[in-house]
Structures are given as structure tokens and as C-alpha cells.
Design a protein around this ligand. Structure first.
Ligand SMILES: [Zn+2]
Length: 304
């Protein structure tokens, strides 16, 4: 198995997690963050399963965001073998659900959309795109339920669902069927990667934030607490006991700042404020000098 595009944590999730430590998110923002986080965990679990069980000649491309005309769509995972394109939509649902065809019903009688609708839509769009590229490769698409406790009552045998206990068998079948990869498959893989957009526009906006309203300080690398005792070399967390070298603490705050304020230059003054004045400006400047390249414009220095 050849992993051509590894999965990355969604930028939206990273930004929400960073904001969560420095401001109070609303209930719905917290819920949205939890949903994204759970979805991402499921995808990572699927990836590890695939790595362990796919031995066939196959190319795997994760997080494929494509555009057909004015319609954009996203696919969790694509696996190309000698004769088939496998499309996987991964769901990390937990617990008992009942299949009511148009929707799933949870035990608390909550309706959620049947993921089959989304699967049919992406499959249709992808097959149109392949036709446009003059590629003929059959697509087999599946919804993979990855959480070990997931149960779906009234599922039909014809539904393209893969349940946790069936995943190994599914990959065994793929291993058995796939032959040597042809140039056609390699060039399709390259095309898919080339056409994949970096990130589709955020479906939801991030909460409103500014430098002024965010809490300033050094955050524990393990639990995110700002309750740290700073010594010359380390920051010791009073909440969880984790000890982190000062340089590492500072650089992770710089990274967080860059994610939240990509347009703003990193300067030692700015980082002094951002870290809640817990380190001296001089110390920050020394550490930034070690870690980054400097650019000077007159009196001000910023870091690239
Ligand atoms: Zn901690």
C-alpha cells in the first residue's frame, strides 16, 4: 500500500481548539468542535486499520476535496487498485441506531441524516469528474462505521455499509483481487492529488475573536492550563505536573499565534504580550533568534 496523501487535522478544528483555551466558546461552538474532533479521530482510526490490513498494490489518498463546475465535494479516503476505485466515507457514530432509510434514528429518537445520501452524492460527482477526465475505472463506494460499539438495526444486506467487524474481511477481499498497478492508475492518482484543493471554504465561520479579547499566557503542553511555574529552563504545570522546556513552550505559543493570526508579523514584543508577559522580552528575542530567520525593516524585527 502506498500512502500518497496523509490525513491532516482540519484547520477549522485546530483553530477552534486553540481558541477554546484562550476564550469562552459558546455551547454550539463547543459541540461543533466535539463533532469535528470525533470525526477526525474516526478517520485516523480507519487509516491505522488500513495500514495494518491492506497488503495489496494500492494507492491511498486521504481528504480529497474536489470541484466539479461550481459544486465542491469532499471524500474521506480513496483507494486505487489495479481495477477499482474504492471510495470511503468514514463515520464515527457510537451506540445504537435504527435505519429509517431517509434517516437514522438514535435511541434518544434524534434523527440524523442517512450517510448514504452523502455517499451517493459524492459517488455521482466523482464519476462525472472521471468521465470528464476520460478515465474509466469502476467506483465502489462504502460508508465505513468505524466505532466498535456502533450498531445499526434494520440495515439491509444490499446497503454499502461496512461495520467494524467486517472491515478486515473487506480489506482481505481487496488484497485478494488487486493485481499490479498500471500507468493509468498512477496517472489518475497524480491527477486527483493535483486537483485536490488545499481546503474547501469553511462551512461554518470561526467565532469572532481578536488579539485583545483572547487570554494571554503560556499554556501547558499537555493539558493547556495557564497555571505554570516558570523557572530558568522549564515551565512546570501546577494542574497536571507536566514539565516542558521554555523553548518548547514559547514555540508552541508562536505556532498557535500564527494559526490564529496568519496576517500578523511575529515580533518579540508581540510574543511578550501573547505569552502574558511571563518571559522577558530579551529571553523571547534570544529564543526567536535561535528558531527563526529574522527580517528587519528599520527598527522593527520580525520572524519568518
Ligand atoms: Zn498541564
Amino acid at each position: 500500500m502506498d500512502l500518497l496523501k496523509a490525513r491532516e487535522k482540519p484547520e477549522m478544528l485546530t483553530a477552534l481548539e486553540l481558541l477554546d483555551k484562550r476564550m469562552t466558546l459558546s455551547y454550539s461552538e463547543k459541540q461543533y468542535m466535539a463533532t469535528l474532533s470525533k470525526g477526525f479521530d474516526g478517520e485516523v482510526l480507519f487509516d491505522s486499520f488500513m495500514e495494518k490490513h491492506v497488503f495489496a498494490n494500492a494507492i491511498v489518498i486521504n481528504d480529497v476535496s474536489l470541484v466539479l463546475g461550481s459544486t465542491s465535494f469532499q471524500i474521506d479516503s480513496i483507494m486505487l487498485t489495479s481495477d477499482t476505485l474504492y471510495l470511503y466515507e468514514v463515520k464515527n457514530y457510537q451506540g445504537n441506531f435504527t435505519n429509517r432509510n431517509t434517516h437514522f434514528l438514535t435511541t434518544a429518537s434524534q434523527e440524523i441524516e442517512n450517510p448514504l445520501n452523502q455517499l451517493n452524492r459524492t459517488t455521482m460527482l466523482l464519476s462525472k469528474l472521471l468521465r470528464k477526465w476520460h478515465v474509466t475505472l469502476p467506483i465502489k463506494s462504502f460508508v465505513v462505521f468505524i466505532h466498535p460499539t456502533f450498531i445499526l438495526y434494520e440495515a439491509k444486506i444490499t446497503d454499502p455499509f461496512i461495520f467494524p467487524s467486517q472491515l478486515k474481511h473487506h480489506f482481505d477481499t481487496v488484497n485478494h483481487q488487486s493485481g499490479a498497478l498500471t500507468d493509468k492508475v498512477y496517472s489518475l492518482a497524480q491527477k486527483l492529488i493535483k486537483e485536490t484543493k488545499k481546503e474547501l471554504p469553511y462551512q461554518r465561520q470561526l467565532p469572532c475573536y481578536s488579539f485583545e479579547i483572547l487570554k494571554k499566557g503560556l499554556l501547558c503542553s499537555l493539558c493547556g492550563s495557564m497555571n505554570l511555574t516558570i523557572t530558568t529552563k522549564k515551565g512546570e504545570c501546577r494542574a497536571c505536573g507536566q514539565s516542558t522546556p521554555i523553548k518548547e513552550l514559547l514555540l508552541s505559543q508562536v505556532k498557535a499565534f500564527r494559526s490564529l493570526f496568519p496576517e500578523v508579523h511575529i515580533t518579540s514584543n508581540m510574543m511578550y504580550e501573547w505569552c502574558g508577559k511571563r518571559l522577558t522580552k530579551r529571553r523571547i528575542a534570544v529564543l526567536l533568534n535561535e528558531a527563526f530567520e529574522k527580517t528587519s525593516y528599520g527598527k522593527s524585527t520580525h520572524y519568518l
